[in-house]
Design a binder for this molecule. Structure first.
Ligand SMILES: Cc1ncc(COP(=O)(O)O)c(C=O)c1O
Length: 445
């Protein structure tokens, strides 16, 4: 029995026994079945909190936890061109709603961010596109989850993937099927396993969607090479032809692509394959989840887009409507300020160049840390995974928590995830990279 006490004004008075009695069971009276499955802290934020506590205790702690790019002095890297355009935006662009599907100039930019220089050639070949603005890449992933798969069906992922995928999909009543990250012979994707999973799913469901975070995969830093991209694309084309009543969607999660050596590799691979005569069956859709969080250092402004491409204009037109309505029914419109200011930067040659110069500097900072980390792991016998671009590196391990705890004893803070340890090169100052490799060596002994 819960007793509530009222004070003389007739309002609730906080009462210790009430607080104690408010257990999960009580809260479950208000939470639906799906809400009741939501548990605990996000692992990454919990690890970051542990790092911060160590710093507060006066330790010279190393932060390899968060997924944001930090300068070597530990401050968040901020592209000053973006900062100045955001700050100098007119009041009306800050205060007003954006159009529900996004500002037209931003949507046009989103297509270019997805396809790069291959955009005009794809347009010439007859590939149509559509874009919908979203609150970050997460919003774009939600748009895809909500619309490109049947409730109750499964979405295909690699076994190592960004943790929040599971939640985005579960929230849309979608399950997951996974295939291994790496195939044999130094390949950058296990295409054989992917094909057998696609085939199995196509025999069970009428829509098959797969999410591939590439290039610069979170959590490994892996990027598919051109041959492997081509093999994946060919497999989707073949599968769509073999199962002509099944709709296949290949989603490229491009959250880190502008930090990769081949940022628009997918659009180039698609263009090359079409020139070489690859079929694009009508039941195959390719879609890009674009995030401006990292590329434009505006994590908190929440800007992104879902960009879909298909040879049939009526398909992309219909997707435009469906995605616009979904956004409207979920978050209303996305941030106008982000869309306006970023579109303006890229509309001017000088500002576009200034943004790009800073992106190059930050990409080089990451490349320097990665190169050093690979070298130091080599010297110390730490068997890290292949890692090429972006924010992270990865050590496969079947007891990641014990390794992370052991590193934490030396005040090196990393993130234990399913199947391994994520090393946030994006956050680790270059001069501390060698220490991280040595600490991992000691933890593995
Ligand atoms: C793999 C991956 N996809 C998508 C996102 C989406 O990021 P945001 O919603 O901040 O744009 C992130 C962010 O960390 C990510 O790591």
């Amino acid at each position: 029995m819960i007793y509530l006490e009222y004070n003389i004004e007739g309002q609730f008075k906080e009462h210790d026994s009430l607080r104690l009695a408010m257990s999960d069971d009580t809260a479950n009276a208000f939470l639906n079945d799906f809400a009741q499955t939501k548990q605990g802290n996000d692992t990454i934020f919990a690890c970051w909190a542990r790092y911060q506590a160590a710093v507060a205790d006066g330790h010279d702690a190393v932060n390899g936890t968060i997924g944001a790019l930090l300068e070597n002095d530990g401050n968040l890297a901020i592209n000053q061109t973006v900062d100045s355009f955001v700050r100098n935006s007119p009041p009306i662009e800050i205060a007003a709603y954006a159009p529900l599907k996004g500002l037209p100039e931003f949507l046009d930019l989103a297509v270019t961010l997805a396809l790069g220089d291959a955009r005009s050639e794809l347009e010439n070949i007859g590939v149509h596109h559509t874009a919908t603005a979203s609150p970050g890449g997460s919003g774009a992933l939600y748009l895809a989850a909500a619309n490109f798969a049947d409730r109750g069906s499964k979405v295909l992922l690699r076994d190592r993937h960004w943790g929040p995928y599971d939640g985005f999909l579960a929230g849309c009543d979608l399950g997951i099927e996974t295939y291994p990250l790496l195939g044999g012979n130094n390949s950058t994707v296990d295409v054989e396993s992917m094909i057998s999973s696609l085939d199995r799913l196509a025999k069970q469901q009428s829509k098959v969607m797969s999410w591939l975070n590439d290039p610069a995969h979170n959590p490994t830093g892996l990027s598919l090479n051109a041959n492997d991209r081509r093999a994946v694309l060919q497999a989707f084309s073949d599968m769509a032809m073999a199962h002509e009543n099944v709709g296949f969607t290949l989603l490229i999660d491009a959250a880190y692509h502008l930090y990769a050596k081949e940022p628009h590799g997918w659009a180039e691979t698609i263009t090359d394959a079409l020139h070489d005569g690859m079929n694009w069956p009508a039941n195959l859709l390719i879609t890009f989840a674009i995030s401006l969080s990292k590329s434009h250092t505006i994590y908190g402004l929440r800007a992104g887009a879902l960009v879909s491409i298909h040879p049939d204009e009526s398909v992309v037109d219909r997707i435009t409507t469906v995605m616009g309505v979904t956004g409207r029914q979920t978050w209303s419109a996305s941030s106008r300020l982000a869309q306006y200011s970023i579109a303006r930067i890229h509309a001017g040659e000088e500002s576009g160049d200034a943004w790009s110069l800073e992106l190059v500097r930050l990409t080089e900072l990451l490349a320097q840390r990665r190169k050093l980390f690979i070298e130091e792991c080599g010297k110390n016998g730490v068997p890290i995974n292949p890692t090429h671009d972006g924010f992270f590196a990865w050590l496969e391990h079947d007891d990641p928590k014990s390794v992370v705890d052991s590193c934490a004893n030396d005040h090196v803070y990393l993130v234990p995830l399913k199947g391994g340890i994520r090393i946030g090169l994006c956050a680790i100052p270059t001069e501390q990279i060698a220490k991280v490799a040595k600490t991992l060596r000691d933890a593995l002994q």
